[in-house]
Design a protein around this ligand. Sequence first.
Ligand code: APR
Ligand code: PHB
Length: 394
Amino acid sequence: MPTSLRTQVGIVGAGPAGLVLSHLLHLQGIDSVVVECRSRAYVEERVRAGVLEQGTVNLLAEIGVGERMKAEGLVHYGIELRFGGRGHRIDFQELTGGKGITIYAQHEVLKDLNNARVATGGQVFFEVEDVSVHDFDGARPKIRYRKDGSDYELHCDFIAGCDGFHGICRPSIPVGVLTEYDRVYPFGWLGILADAPPSSEELVYTYHDRGFALLSMRTPQISRLYLQCNPDEDIDAWDDERIWQELHVRLSSEGWGLTEGPILQKGITGMRSFVVEPMQYGRLFLAGDSAHIVPPTGAKGLNLAVADVQVLARALARFYATGSQCLLNKYSHTCLRRVWKVQRFSWWMTSMLHRFPDEKPFDHRRQLAELDYVTSSRAAATTLAENYVGLPME
Ligand code: APR
Ligand code: PHB
């Protein structure tokens, strides 16, 4: 017989979506329990994204988990688009009235959130097994799981599916309810973490005949770099010398050089755009990667997850304060307006900056014209800047 537990909101997944939601609910006096299948160490060491939109930075600071981010994060007010061997800066500060981004690794954000949850008595259970969700089409949903050999049944009012693209919540929604929108790109990214000081103050996105490359960073000592590759590329075919050589070629620019260093970590990720509609069913609400995936070119994954749970936390607070389900009923509609605008931006950045295997000479010229337009028109540069720093929350 499983041990019964009770909370107001059951959350599956302790990634950015689950932990931000749990802390937002705590600040509203709403109890939650987070169940996570990985260990805390694993979640806090997983190398993921690193760009925080202005809105995400503001929120983390407002909810009391921004101290280390403010101290260690790198604030940037622009990025460089590089093509034809020349760089063109997009000035976020000028084009968005002072907004910027902060470079601060996702796993660092998770460390800060986990510490905040522990400090405020948060219930985040790591290394749980066999998680399943039940009865969310009624008023008494429950989450079943095993922990340290014992079975548990968590009775809650609502379930938040924050368990990522490969989680169990989305697939638990009955067949026929969801519509999936999917686009798989014909390339991937080979990413490295290198013990090398970044060779640029700001991020550099480059369009090159041999393919896309990106110079990013984690700290003044650690570089994060990516290059476009085949989606099924074998990472073992890329030794450090070949990776650096390709990065030198693609990132080359007059009077500029790329500093090399020992590669600490390398990997290949596929690229896709994915959205599921609706993002809710009964009392189960999907948030973050469980509901949508964006190609990393727009640096939006984490930020979109945080935006979803801000909407959900506000709706749950309204319910517990007044009994009204009006915001809960609009959750999916509200989130999807932002999701699709972010999908468009991420698709646009990806389509503008990558070489496509089936492209025609016309496409190549069109891409160069788009880059020329974005870097020579204030109106065009403003659309990139306002999307990159983050559109305002509704
Ligand atoms: N039971 C419990 N936990 C699960 C299960 C399960 N069955 N399946 C997945 N999880 C956990 C994962 O281990 C992970 O820690 O859910 C969490 C989901 O976190 P993310 O995948 O990070 O998704 P999300 O919180 O939406 O954040 C999206 O994270 O991965 C990046 O690129 C992504 O930047 C984006 C951001
Ligand atoms: C990163 O630093 O990991 C990063 C930055 C910008 C992107 C994608 C990834 O568009």
